[in-house]
Every structure is written in structure tokens, then in C-alpha cells.
Design a protein around this ligand. Structure first.
Ligand code: DC
Length: 223
């Protein structure tokens, strides 16, 4: 009995926080696809490649190996980069990397492989529309732009990542625009996704709402 749950939505909508908790409660594997685009971006930055240069970024695909390990750890070419992929410079560049079709195809292949064997909760922008179009449960999680900026700001403060609220507002706005306007697999709700506006919900409430949706769906399809 294998269940795939796709959670999509704009930047900083709280997808990963709730997806991690739901995965722990249900015993599913959590797959953070944004972390993979972030790791690729970090590689380009460290190599001194301009992330707006598609050709140069695509050329290094064979040099990049990304692994997600238990404990939500992200490894880039064998090195733990779980912290380094959350910095403002990666935030500012990741949407360029995520807009390049060849890079997406390479990472989507990995993502689909990871979902082959276990029940998974995968979060991202194109999971319900492109990566796992047959996912049993699809959720489109949103929150107002201001709520998202404040949440991300607090999260960064807790992690010791230096930034201002204004910087976060600008970053979120810019990423939303690039993510939803790219040509290939842009951010948009799947036709059969359940919308979930979390602006006025606590993390606990969102987690419970998602578990309810999953349980109802499992009953409905008799799994
Ligand atoms: O969820 P996140 O903020 O960690 O994602 C980082 C960036 O990666 C985001 O700006 C859009 C991109 N992304 C994507 O295009 N497709 C995904 N499935 C996941 C993330």
C-alpha cells in the first residue's frame, strides 16, 4: 500500500514544516525537492558560475550529485550542505536555476525514483502537475505574502541566518514571479489539487488538516 502526497505552493508557504511533521506522524518519506534546486544553485555559486547564464549552469549537470538523507540532510557531492543551501545568496539565485529545463529534467528523474518504493510526501512547485501527476493526494498550500515573509524571517532568525524582513519580502516576491512565469513546469495548482490557505492557521492545525485529507482520500480509494 503506497501513497504519494504532493504539496505545492509558493515560497515560504510553510510546506516543508508541515510536510516533515505529517511524514513523521504517518511514517512516510519526506522529499524536499526545493532543497535539490538549492543544492544545485550552491554548486554553481561555489564554482563562480553566473546563475543567470543557463548554458553555463546546464553544462555542469554531470558534475553534480545530490542526495537527500534521513534527518532531512542534503548532500552535494558527498558533503553535507543542509545549512549552506538556506542562505540569502542561494535564495536570490535558486529561481533562475529552477527555470532551466535540462536541470529540472535531471532532478525530476531523481525525485520520481525516490517516490518509487515508499509512501512519500513531496513538496515543491510542480509535484502535482508534473513530477507525480498520479499522486493520490494533491494539496496546494498558500498563505498571504506578508504571512509568508514573516514566517520565513522568524525561521531564519532561529537558524542564525542574517537577513532583514524587507529582504525576505523582496526575495519571496521575486521568486513567486519567476517560479510562476517560467516556461517549463511553472508553479500552479493541479486541476485536482485541494487548496489550503494557511494564513490564519497554526502549524498544528495545518498538520491535522492535511492528515484528515490524506485519511479521507485513502478511505475513498479503498487503500
Ligand atoms: O521550496 P524552496 O523555497 O526550498 O524552493 C527553492 C526554489 O526552487 C523555489 O524558488 C522554486 C524552486 N522549486 C521548483 O521550481 N520546483 C520544485 N519542485 C521545488 C522548488
Amino acid at each position: 500500500m503506497r501513497v504519494c502526497v504532493a504539496i505545492d505552493g509558493p515560497a515560504a508557504a510553510g510546506k516543508s514544516t508541515v510536510a516533515k511533521r505529517v511524514a513523521t506522524i504517518l511514517g512516510y518519506t519526506y522529499i524536499d525537492t526545493g532543497a535539490m534546486y538549492r543544492a544545485f544553485t550552491l554548486y554553481c555559486i561555489e564554482k563562480g558560475i553566473n546563475c543567470e547564464d543557463e548554458k553555463a549552469c546546464v553544462a555542469v549537470i554531470p558534475e553534480v550529485s545530490i542526495e537527500l538523507k534521513p534527518g532531512n540532510l542534503v548532500f552535494l557531492n558527498g558533503k553535507d550542505v543542509s545549512f549552506d543551501i538556506r542562505t540569502p545568496i542561494v535564495n536570490a539565485n535558486v529561481s533562475y536555476i529552477a527555470s532551466y529545463k535540462d536541470i529540472r529534467l535531471a532532478l525530476v528523474e531523481l525525485q520520481r525514483k525516490m517516490a518509487e518504493k515508499h509512501s512519500v510526501i513531496m513538496d515543491g512547485r510542480d509535484i502535482g502537475t508534473y513530477v507525480l501527476p498520479k499522486a493520490e493526494v494533491k494539496i496546494y498550500q498558500i498563505a498571504s505574502a506578508e504571512t509568508r515573509a514573516i514566517r520565513r524571517y522568524k525561521e531564519n532568525q532561529e537558524k542564525g541566518i542574517a537577513c532583514t524582513l524587507d529582504e525576505i519580502r523582496e526575495d519571496v516576491k521575486k521568486r513567486d514571479y519567476i517560479d510562476s512565469h517560467r516556461a517549463f513546469a511553472p508553479l500552479k495548482p493541479a486541476e485536482d489539487a485541494i487548496p489550503l490557505d494557511t494564513s490564519d492557521m497554526s502549524i498544528e492545525e495545518v498538520v491535522n488538516a492535511i492528515i484528515d485529507i490524506i485519511n479521507k482520500k485513502i478511505k475513498e480509494i479503498g487503500k
